[in-house]
Design a protein. Structure first.
Length: 179
């Protein structure tokens, strides 16, 4: 019944305010986020990282990661990549993800969702390479893309749990080259 569409200015203002709030939340969360590192390296642990350590739908086992992956995927994805040397720093990853989400907001989600799927799939493939996983390339591009396309928050949570477990046990994939 004659409802007016929001003006371009109000849409852009809303997206800008959302981006500012997300950036403030990211700053706070990143400053408070810590991972308890175990003192001793666990023998045989390297082999257990040859595939993702946690199932795609087992994110409920770590409620903090699950909630952050669902409500603030840009923050959780950025924290994960930041923990793996040679990938993106937190703020670079965060602003790339945020820009793709903004693109999605401006295009009714379609283009943004496709771009986000491609972006996250590429970095999921990088994680597979860093951890020298048994399944890399080939069909994993397809399965990783479908995973991100269908359940982004589950994929982000799975990667986060995998990488944080690697940090806890001192896995070589998350060690700095100079250390």
């Amino acid at each position: 019944t004659g409802e007016e569409a929001p003006s371009t200015g109000s849409v852009l203002t809303s997206l800008l305010l959302w981006a500012i709030v997300m950036s403030l939340v990211a700053y706070y969360y990143k400053s408070k986020h810590e991972i308890a590192i175990t003192d001793e390296k666990q023998t045989g642990e390297a082999d257990s990282f040859k595939e993702f350590k946690h199932g795609l739908f087992s994110c409920h086992e770590d409620p903090e990661i699950a909630l952050c992956s669902l409500c603030c995927p840009a923050i959780r994805w950025s924290l994960t990549l930041n923990l793996v040397p040679g990938l993106l720093s937190f703020w670079v990853a965060f602003f790339i993800y945020l820009c793709v989400e903004l693109l999605g907001g401006l295009t009714a989600g379609t283009i943004g969702w496709i771009c986000l799927t491609l972006l996250c799939t590429a970095y999921r493939q990088e994680l597979r390479a860093k951890f020298n996983m048994e399944q890399q390339g080939g069909w994993t591009f397809v399965t990783d893309a479908l995973t991100y396309f269908c359940c982004t928050c589950c994929a982000i949570a799975q990667e986060a749990r995998h990488v944080e477990d690697a940090v806890r046990c001192g896995h070589e994939a998350v060690q700095n080259e100079e250390g």
